[in-house]
Design a protein. Sequence first.
Length: 94
Amino acid sequence: MSFDLGLHRHFKGGLYSAIAIVKHHETREPWVLYISHQNGTMNIRPLVDVKCGWAGLVEYGGKQVQRFQFIRDMSHDESFDEAALHRLIGERRG
C-alpha cells in the first residue's frame, strides 16, 4: 500500500499533518504519526485497520467515504520542517 505524507482532511473536516509512518514495537504493523492542526496534539493511528485505520472507509451521511483525504505534500512547506518537528516532539516529552 502506498501512502502520502502531508496534509490530510478528516471526513468530518479537521486538518491533520501525517508526518511519518512508524512501526508498532511488537506487531511491526505500520501506524501513521500525525499532528492535529486544530489543537497541535500528536497522535498515532493504524494505517490499515478495518474499524479505525487511517486508510479505511467510514459511513458518513449514508455513504462510504475515506476516513482521511490527501490534500497536499508538505515537504517543501516552510512552516513544516524537520527542526520544527523535533522542537514539537521535545515539547511533548516535557
